[in-house]
Design a protein around this ligand. Structure first.
Ligand code: GLY
Ligand code: MN
Ligand code: MN
Length: 435
């Protein structure tokens, strides 16, 4: 993809939405794990969306219109440093970064404190990201205060701080063809990892051995990292929604729930599959699996432009509520089970979320108090589940069954595209792969 143009078009779009003022957007800080060891670095998604620049210690400053009426796009980044590059590797430095990434100007990050108050002089509004990092919020206030100190020289300080995410969230919600192709790639790698897990699993293995197979498959296909901590949950662990310990042994008769997806060039995949460790779906586990699958297919069928965001969730609920009644786990009519929320004993989360640079991606779910309509370019997960914990009023043969099935779906002009089709999910497909 023509990277410079993609990112500079996004910056121009943001500037046209801002109309006036200055946007100041920092990337994520490096975070210390202990002493002088750092966590693996991951850029800030908003900053990356606007720049494509993946080095730490960088800030984008954009001025909607200077005195000549021209917009300015400025990058502050680390300077070239021959000594540090021996230890940490290549860094662009301002001159090369400006050239390679198409900014109007670039300066050393060490100049930020000196420059920002100058850039804020006589500007009405600052657009930034508030509440993400207390240190950053304090910097922003101190820069504005430094401008305010010049009031008797006739300089005015911004009188408004706005959250730039309000504009950027809406932009990020609609994926371009370039973004979709990155998401397809992340989805393909992740689906391959689920297939590998199905092929490797055996009773007696440990959950972390399967986690290792997933990570191996992600990395050998060039994914930079998992998009979130993988959940590899055998048996009762599948009923712990955010189980990431992945330390238990897999027993014959267990279902294994895997929720894992990779990040490729910034974009996330998010897939869940559930399958038997000893290769055959049987009895109650098969019934629950078939129910969740039917709910998931019904939900995916409603991913169509013009339908409300809530439609897939309601479609999944209808199927799940009726199924829970048929299995004897809930009583009454499906509508009554939904109305009373009795199903929440077994299905306590919603059916999906936006997906993109972040696994739980940017974007409002409601507008003016109403669930928003799906439209082409939006990308979401569809992930109903059923989690049955031991309880007096639950027949024992259902205890500790946890099933979730999750696919990534892009809304298209004609309907939808399931990005994660390569991960098998029917009983027949899974049993064939397992055998
Ligand atoms: N893997 C996180 C989620 O499914 O929302
Ligand atoms: Mn998800
Ligand atoms: Mn997931």
């Amino acid at each position: 993809m023509n990277q410079i143009k993609t990112f500079s078009d996004r910056r121009s779009h943001l500037l046209s939405q801002m109309q006036t003022g200055v946007a100041i957007i920092a990337t994520s800080p490096l975070r210390i794990r202990n002493r002088d060891a750092f966590y693996p670095y991951r850029f800030d998604s908003y900053f990356y969306y606007l720049t494509g620049f993946d080095e730490p210690e960088a800030v984008l400053v954009m001025i909607a219109a200077n005195s000549q009426g021209n917009a300015e796009q400025i990058l502050f980044c680390r300077e070239k440093d021959k000594e540090r590059e021996i230890w940490d590797g290549f860094r662009y430095g301002p001159d090369a970064a400006r050239e390679a990434y198409g900014f109007d100007a670039a300066y050393p990050i060490a100049k930020l404190n000196e420059w920002i108050p100058k850039l804020l002089e006589n500007q009405p509004t600052v657009y930034s990201m508030l509440g993400q990092d207390a240190g950053w919020d304090a910097c922003l206030i101190s820069w504005i205060n430094r401008v305010r100190e010049q009031v008797r020289s006739g300089v005015s300080a911004p009188n408004e701080i706005r959250d730039v995410r309000h504009i950027l969230d809406e932009m990020r919600l609609f994926k371009s063809e370039e973004e979709l192709s990155l998401m397809r790639h992340a989805a393909r790698i992740s689906a391959g990892a689920h297939c590998r897990a199905m092929q490797k699993v055996k009773p007696g293995m440990y959950e972390y051995e399967i986690e290792a197979e997933l990570l191996h498959e992600f990395r050998r296909h060039g994914a930079q990292a998992p998009a979130y901590s993988p959940i590899v949950a055998g048996g009762a662990n599948a009923c712990v929604l955010h189980y990431i310990e992945n330390s238990a042994q897999l027993n014959s008769g267990d279902l294994l729930l895997i929720d894992a997806g990779c990040e490729f060039n910034g974009y996330a995949a998010d897939i869940t599959r559930t399958f038997p460790v000893d290769r055959r779906f049987t009895s109650a586990k098969k019934d629950v699996y078939q129910l969740v699958l039917a709910a998931q297919m019904a939900a995916i069928a409603t991913v169509q432009p013009g339908n409300s965001w809530d439609r897939p969730h309601q479609a999944a609920l209808q199927v799940l509520a009726q199924g829970l009644i048929d299995l004897g786990l809930c009583q009454g009519s499906a509508d009554a089970v939904i109305e009373s929320e009795d199903y929440k004993r077994f299905y306590m989360h919603r059916t999906g979320h936006w997906l993109g640079l972040d696994v739980h991606d940017a974007g409002e779910y409601k507008q003016n108090g109403q669930w928003r309509c799906l439209s082409a370019g939006m990308t979401l997960t569809v992930e109903p589940g059923c989690y049955i914990r031991p309880a007096d009023n639950v027949p024992q043969h259902f205890w500790n069954i946890g099933v979730r099935i999750e696919d990534d779906v892009a809304v298209t002009a004609a309907g939808h595209e399931v990005l994660t089709v390569a991960a098998p999910k029917t009983v027949e497909e899974i049993e064939e792969l397992l055998s």
